[in-house]
Design a protein around this ligand. Structure first.
Ligand SMILES: C[S@@+](CC[C@H](N)C(=O)[O-])C[C@H]1O[C@@H](n2cnc3c(N)ncnc32)[C@H](O)[C@@H]1O
Length: 238
């Protein structure tokens, strides 16, 4: 495994050590979501798009009976495997693949948690951030897959920001879930830093804002948007 560093992260549901490197690390968005993670003892938890797996590690530390963690990036899963082994969190099973697709057929979850790539862009770019043409492709695919994987009454805990087609995401949620916003805050990024993420990404966002698809505001040299944690409960009656 390439060189990595470790750091201890403390949250309401526990303390874990993350293994991270230059290309894989949790950030402020992970911490925002992690503050709202609650895990019932013995429950089955799935983290989709786990990266270094901070949320999966926390779920295991918090008493989950089984934790499945998926990612398309094998390097991220290697870091999670190493961190889980070092902390004796052997109930975590990493799976290489997209969203919930690599889960074994019989897995039914009590909780699906995800902080997925969701920046709109005109083409593919960094797999950690690219969410398709309006930012919501992976989120909407996950919402649909989670509806088939969660037990009735099971929960979906999602990070979602207002750059990623809020109306489309809310419509997808409404098909199978009762949902609410648990927490919300503003995010601020220098416009030039945002533009440097990928060719055409700023123009794409400005067009989506003008069309009413995305929500963001320009304040001096900054872009501002809203980030929220969504809690959605699987309806038992379709
Ligand atoms: C913004 S990062 C968040 C990582 C982690 N959840 C965290 O909070 O630190 C998004 C992650 O989703 C992964 N990813 C991208 N497309 C994916 C897909 N189709 N299925 C599963 N994971 C994916 C990326 O490799 C990356 O690790």
């Amino acid at each position: 495994m390439p060189p990595f560093a470790t750091r201890q992260l403390r949250f309401p549901c526990g303390t874990v050590t993350e293994y991270h490197d230059a290309a894989h690390a949790s950030d402020q968005a992970t911490r925002f979501l992690a503050r709202h993670l609650r895990v019932a003892p013995g429950s089955v938890v799935v983290e989709a798009g786990c990266g270094t797996g901070v949320l999966a590690l926390l779920a295991a530390r918090g008493g989950a009976g089984a934790v499945h963690a998926t990612d398309v990036d094998p390097g991220a899963l290697d870091l999670l495997r190493a961190a889980a082994a070092a902390q004796g969190l052997d109930r975590i099973v990493p799976h290489l693949g997209s969203l919930l697709e690599p889960l074994p057929a019989g897995v039914q979850a009590d909780l699906v948690v995800a902080l997925l790539p969701q920046k709109p862009s005109p083409g593919a770019f960094d797999v950690r951030y690219a969410g398709g043409a309006d930012g919501a492709d992976l989120l909407c695919a996950l919402i649909e897959q989670a509806a088939g994987r969660l037990r009735p009454g099971g929960r979906l805990l999602l990070y979602h920001h207002s750059l990623a087609a809020p109306v489309r995401v809310e419509r997808a949620l409404g098909r199978a879930f009762l949902w609410r916003t648990l927490a919300e805050r503003f995010r601020l990024c220098r416009r030039d830093r945002y533009a440097a993420l990928a060719p055409g990404i700023l123009a794409t966002l400005q067009r989506l804002v003008a069309e009413g698809v995305a929500q963001a505001w320009e304040q001096g040299p900054h872009l501002v948007w809203r980030a929220r944690v969504i809690e959605a409960c699987r309806r038992s009656v379709p």
